[in-house]
Design a protein around this ligand. Structure first.
Ligand SMILES: Cc1cc2nc3c(=O)[nH]c(=O)nc-3n(C[C@H](O)[C@H](O)[C@H](O)COP(=O)(O)OP(=O)(O)OC[C@H]3O[C@@H](n4cnc5c(N)ncnc54)[C@H](O)[C@@H]3O)c2cc1C
Length: 367
């Protein structure tokens, strides 16, 4: 078996692994990142939506999303925006619109700099190529489309330039746990197995992380769910368009339209990405009710997985979950040398990276 050494090994290279590897390398640590396939994971199959937080149900979550959104003016995100930095959120129910307006007023979103304004009725009655709609009103928000896949590919090139060791096409086979410490990992490539010895290991493997952690006796309190993304040819809308509270979210992305259901079906197998057709059919029914003139020509869909943290109330936390051995940055799992991250949203990638980077750098500094 080959052997190498690094300060930090990062497992997985979706939004989380990419942003964390770069952050750690910029802090002067030696970093190796290992991942299995070029375009694997929810970071590639998701809806490409940079969330402003406007639709979040809880103030603290909305504010965290809004702070993360602001990286589109100060960070690399701005180069990957597609279309306008403006979304339309609609409803067929005036009570929903009133309730949202009251909630935003109570949260004081305008004092955050989050600009939400009502849309004129004329822009609600017809929606892009869907035509006539059931909407009676809506809001304009700064939510926008961001090309996460292109951004990740470019950031991987930047990682190489920054000296990050990249183990691509590498299957993470095993974490090495010695007593209460993770000391390395075994990855498998066509050329053979490599034992990467590390001072710290960051697991950023999305839906596949729970299986790996189980092999060293850890069970993080997360739930794995599958939603379905219906793919329609052409961009049927020119911006993110949402049927509020009906959870119909429509995103134009590179000559296609991505429409996700938010039914979050609990699943066990992270490799099963087949769509759940009954849920896709329900989504198509929702769309038909909303747009009476629209007809589906051809049904194409795929499954997309989410690993969300379960709170005490049993409600999944849509933001970030970080599990660490100790300290105040996350939730304690008690195993030294190991950090585990589940960003509930790709939009939060830089927030996650900053928190993990600070935590790991501090630990390694003091060891
Ligand atoms: C339907 C749906 C739509 C969504 N839409 C959005 C959206 O529009 N905007 C948004 O902000 N968020 C969205 N999300 C959430 C978002 O996509 C995820 O929170 C985020 O992408 C997770 O990123 P990650 O890096 O943790 O995991 P992933 O992107 O899943 O990456 C996992 C990595 O682990 C690697 N890996 C796995 N197993 C192994 C192994 N054995 N060996 C080596 N490598 C391995 C993979 O190759 C990959 O690199 C959506 C989620 C769902 C379900």
């Amino acid at each position: 078996m080959n052997r190498t050494q690094t300060d930090v090994v990062v497992l997985g290279c979706g939004v989380a692994g990419t942003a964390i590897s770069l952050d750690l390398a910029r802090r002067g640590l030696s970093v190796t990142v290992a991942y299995r396939r070029e375009d694997e994971g929810s970071s590639f199959s998701n809806q490409k939506w940079k969330h402003s937080g406007a639709l979040y149900p809880v103030r603290s979550l909305a504010l965290a999303a809004w702070r993360a959104y602001q990286s589109i003016t100060s960070g690399p995100d701005q180069d990957y925006l597609l279309g306008p930095a403006e979304a339309h959120f609609f409803s067929d129910d005036p009570a929903v619109l009133d309730q949202l307006q009251r909630q935003w007023d109570a949260w004081g979103v305008s004092s955050w700099g989050l600009d939400i304004s009502p849309l004129p009725l004329s822009s609600c009655k017809r929606v892009g190529a869907f035509g006539r709609s059931c909407f009676v009103g809506g809001f304009r928000t700064p939510d926008c489309v961001i090309d996460f896949p292109s951004m990740i590919q470019d950031l991987r090139a930047e990682m190489r330039k920054s000296g990050v060791g990249i183990e691509a096409s590498a299957n993470v086979k095993q974490l090495i746990r010695e007593g209460n410490r993770v000391t390395g990992v075994v990855v498998e490539k066509t050329s053979g197995e490599t034992h990467i010895q590390c001072r710290h290991c960051v697991v950023a493997m999305g839906a596949w992380a729970p299986q790996l952690l189980k092999s060293i006796g850890l069970v993080p309190p997360v739930r794995l769910t599958k939603s379905n993304v219906l793919v329609l040819p052409d961009e049927l809308v020119d911006r993110i368009t949402v049927w509020i509270r009906h959870e119909v979210t429509i995103v134009p992305y590179r000559n296609r339209t991505l429409i996700a259901d938010a039914r979050f079906m609990p699943v066990d197998d992270p490799d099963d990405l087949a769509p759940h057709w009954p849920h896709v059919d329900e989504l198509v029914d929702d769309l038909s009710r909303c747009f009476p003139d629209w007809r589906l020509a051809q049904k194409s869909a795929y499954g997309c997985l989410k690993t969300a943290e379960m709170s005490n109330t049993g409600i999944p936390n849509p933001n970030v979950a970080i599990y660490v051995d100790s300290g105040e940055q996350g939730y304690c799992h008690g195993v030294t040398g190991l950090t585990v991250v589940f960003p509930g949203k790709a939009s939060l990638m830089w927030t996650v990276a900053q928190r993990v980077g600070t935590h790991v750098a501090r630990l390694l500094d003091s060891s």
